[in-house]
Each structure stands twice: as C-alpha cells, then as structure tokens.
Design a protein around this ligand. Sequence first.
Ligand code: SF4
Length: 295
Amino acid sequence: MARLAARLDENAPGTFFVDDSCIDCGACREIAPGTYGRSDRRGQSVVTAQPDGADGELRALMAVVACPTASIGTSPKRPLDAAIAAFPERLEENVHYCGWHSEASYGAASYLIVRPGGNVLVDSPRASRPLFERIEALGGVRTMVLSHQDDVADHAAFARRFGCERVMHAADAGSLPIERRIEGLEPVALDEELTVIPVPGHTRGSVALLYRDRFLFTGDHLWWDEDDHRLDMGRGVCWYSWPEQLRSLDRLRAFRFQWVLPGHGQRFRAESREAMRGAVDEVIHRLSSARRSAG
Ligand code: SF4
C-alpha cells in the first residue's frame, strides 16, 4: 500500500500520488499518460496532473492495480472495483494486456491472447485472485510462453491454476519446470497462428512470439521508447551479447508484423506492416552505425 508519508514532493496536488517506492517500470505512464509522467531528476514516476473526469479517473485507478510495488495511492481512498474489472484489457482483436505487473519481473507487462483453439499467456502477471477469475471467464490458459528468464514471475501459480503448458527457450529455462523447451535459433511453429522466434541477446534464451503475422511479443528484446518516440533496444540492459542481439533484430526482418508488445518499454502499433518494417530498419541502421562508430 502506498504511503502518504512517503509521497514524492513532485506529485501534482490532489487525490492521487506516487510514493518513494516506485521502481520506474513505466506501467502507470503507459496506462494513464495524462496523469503520470517521469521525473528525470528522481528516475521515478509522479502524478503530473490529477485525472480529469470519470474516464481519466478509471485509467489512473487501473495504474494503481497494475503497479508492481503498490507505489500509487489515493487520499482519500478511491474504490478499485471498476479498475480491477478492467483487466485483462483488450488492445486489438483478441489480444489483451493483463495489467497486474509483478515486482518479481521488475514490473514487466504480460499479455493474453484469447482464441477458440486455446488461450495463450505471454509472460507472467502478478498472481491475484481477481485476475485468475477474469482469465478463467475468458477461457483460462492453455499455453504460457515465457520470453526469457527475467519475466517468469508467478508462472508456477498460473501453471497450477490453469494446467497450462509452459514454453521457453532451453538456454533460459535452467532448472525451471518448463514443459516444452525450444532449442537453437530456428523459429518454431506452435500451431498455424503462433511462432516462437529465438532472439538471443538480452539473454541467451530470449524469444519473441509472433501471432497471426500481426502481433510480435518481444519480451525485453525490442520496445517503444517513450522519450525518444521510436523503437529501440538497450545495450545497457543487454545481459548476454549485444552483437548477438543486433543479429537477432536483423533476423526479425524476415517476419511481418504491425505491433510490438514488449515486457519493458512501451507498446507500438505501426500504421501498417510496411511502416513497421521501416521502423525496424531504422533501429537496425541506427544501432549498427553506432556500433561501427564505437569501433
Ligand atoms: S507503475 Fe508503479 S512502479 Fe511502475 S512506474 Fe508507475 S508508480 Fe512506478
């Protein structure tokens, strides 16, 4: 629970506040950008403007539910029922954003694909009874694809609850009880709609998941940078191999997609698959040039 006594002094005056436990995962800023922003001085989120109207307040309260560290509070208290009921939130077609970020994955985002052939959970949200019940009502989980070792969070609780098969690259699975391990660099089709694409770099066993040639779930491989307003990858958070991560990005050019849905960083929907191709090419060109300049 957020502590009023630890309220950051940069918060705009009013009901909503962020306290000093924020880990800067960015979830609140993506859910309610009109309410939350980043204090570069502190490297934490703050309330930049109190929410306006019922919709604005609902978005601000959804951030309260999603926050992995319970760093957002309201004074006086506001009821959370509607915000809890809003997750998983449909993004487009049958792809949903789960909310309920977990501190165990440093606040990574997770997603649910709802399909007649069996729902797919991409990375692990925080285990919570309301989310379990909402996912149950949407048909449960048949498959859980884990993008890499950092974002597994409460996978065991979801596997217990839904009896789903967990899919992960062997290089990151280690001693985890993963039912299906992907090996090597070749893409693996889970069915006619879903392809697991190994993208080593951030970690050795990082994978992306392509759904219907439209949605690419990228884990911590590729994301939208909220400050620079462009797709990006992070050398400073590359734990395995930067040259390998650049090669993995280049291999993504063989696939068509319109969405990038990451664990960290923000989501990005391009106008078209061709526009996404252009955005990916720009990242490749920029980061490859920077590497050449660095010697
Ligand atoms: S969701 Fe919570 S931890 Fe993440 S940036 Fe916002 S306040 Fe900080």
